[in-house]
Design a binder for this molecule. Structure first.
Ligand SMILES: Nc1ncnc2c1ncn2[C@@H]1O[C@H](COP(=O)(O)OP(=O)(O)OP(=O)(O)O)[C@@H](O)[C@H]1O
Ligand SMILES: [Mg+2]
Length: 435
């Protein structure tokens, strides 16, 4: 273990000294820094605490660590059983051992920062010695059982398709509070994925918990648009979805090597979707957005079975041709018994440098479709290069340029979906108050 006054600085100095007169070995520096992040002692000035002779008991140390959440599971590391040791040594060092869910956990540094932040300023604590270990298989199985039930169990009333004994799809359970939003259109390239991404970010910005399922198994695009920078973590058959901008996401993109195409037969597509809904630890988000593939095919049919309370939002561009195709997806929704709740018009206009709006794809398509379907037109999104660029670079405009016209439009649509279209409580005339 190394004791470092100001983290890293003295170690870099050591390394430079070691390599005195020769070239600085940057690899070694990096290795040492890596080592520090495994076992580090951070000096914390606490003169005031010492002067008044205040100190922290081991129980208080644990309580101070209770609000620290695992960044993937969003639960307290204490409640999850990840905190293996928390003791205050005589010299004031907080001696802490945390068990990570998996070896090489991508969020180890984040956990380290959170732990240090939680205890470093406690009275009597002069430093934090944080060590990491990894959960055993048994501990992982127990964790999964608590959070996600058993993969083989009959957890609910509606078994997943083809699995008489399998885990239920949580969103089809009667008590589910998640609103599945299916973003669809009969036509390709109208902006479904861009809208799914930005709407998800907008809902997260409004304070909701949000997940996205990229149901476009062949033409996945959400990981790139959202800019998730890592793969899902798997803890004993439970898949923890990557998260970015407050949005969790699962996509076939995480399971296919870069540049390779998915060539699968129909039943496998259904199986993949089913796994996205059952094996992923979604943790009952407020909203689960589904980026639908183009067309009206099979996937919509499966999803309607998996998500009987799904709400369909139809995306169209303003020209009559697009609107005709968009109508097909509304017809499909009706066939599979899912309600269309609203229309979103994309690429409505382009604003020139002089402020003039150019309606490049015509006008009125969204309005007409919404009248025909008798649902509201929730918003019109401008055509802006920054929206496309943000999609290409994983920097959704709603996350990185909240004041822009497009981001504002997404925020308004999100608010209308969250507030105006929230499901009403059903009044049942049979229920009476009995004195
Ligand atoms: N309002 C907009 N302004 C500028 N570019 C946009 C806008 N909406 C979408 N785009 C761009 O148009 C292209 C198609 O959009 P997107 O991929 O979101 O459509 P899609 O309906 O999901 O397509 P697919 O049917 O292929 O899945 C993307 O390059 C996207 O960045
Ligand atoms: Mg798409």
């Amino acid at each position: 273990m190394r004791r470092v006054g100001s983290p890293n600085a003295s170690v870099i100095a050591d390394t430079v000294a070691l390599n005195d007169a020769v070239e600085v070995d940057f690899d070694a520096t990096e290795r040492i820094l890596e080592e520090i992040s495994t076992t580090a002692v951070v000096q914390t000035p606490a003169p005031l605490a010492r002067m008044v002779n205040m100190t922290t008991s081991n129980e208080q140390l644990v309580e101070a660590l209770r609000p620290v959440e695992d960044p993937e599971l969003h639960r307290s590391i204490v409640d999850l059983g990840m905190l293996k040791r928390a003791e205050l040594r005589d010299d004031g060092t907080a001696d802490i051992l945390v068990a990570l869910t998996i070896a090489g956990c991508p969020l180890r540094n984040e956990i380290q920062q959170r732990v240090n932040g939680a205890v470093a300023t406690l009275p009597g604590v002069t430093g934090v010695a944080l060590e990491f270990t990894v959960m055993t298989d048994e501990e992982r199985a127990a964790l999964r059982e608590v959070l996600h039930g058993s993969p083989a169990g009959t957890a609910g009333q509606q078994q997943a398709h083809g699995h008489a004994e399998g885990r239920a799809i949580p969103f089809s359970e009667p008590g589910s509070t998640t609103r599945p939003l299916l973003i669809s259109s009969g036509k390709g390239g109208v902006g479904k994925s861009s809208i799914t991404t930005n709407l998800a970010v907008a809902l997260a910005r409004l304070g909701h918990t949000v997940g996205v399922v990229d149901a476009d198994i062949y033409g996945f695009s959400i990981p790139r648009m959202l800019g998730t920078d890592r793969q899902p973590t798997v803890v004993d058959e439970m898949i923890l979805p990557p998260e970015r901008w407050g949005v969790r996401c699962i996509s076939m993109g995480y399971f296919v090597p870069d540049g390779e195409a998915v060539i699968w037969r129909g039943p496998m597509l259904h199986k993949a979707l089913e796994q996205f809904l059952t094996d992923v630890f979604w943790d009952a988000p407020d909203f689960l957005l589904i980026d639908m593939p183009p067309g009206t095919g099979d996937i919509a049919l499966s999803l309607s079975q998996y998500l009987p309370r799904g709400e369909v939002y139809v995306v169209t561009t303003p020209q009559p041709a697009a609107q005709k195709v968009a109508r097909l997806s509304a017809a499909m929704a009706e066939k599979v018994n899912l309600p269309v709740r609203g229309v979103i018009e994309n690429m409505s206009w382009f604003t020139g440098d002089d402020g003039t709006r150019y309606e490049l794809f015509g006008a009125g398509g969204g309005q007409e479709l919404s009248e025909e379907l008798e649902v509201p037109l929730l918003g019109q999104l401008p055509l802006v290069p920054a929206l496309r660029e943000g999609g290409d670079d994983g920097q959704p405009i709603t996350a990185v340029d909240g004041d822009s016209e497009a981001a504002q439009a997404f925020m308004t649509i999100a608010e209308r979906i969250a507030v105006d279209l929230r499901p009403r409580k059903v009044f049942s005339p049979e229920l009476r108050i009995v004195d």
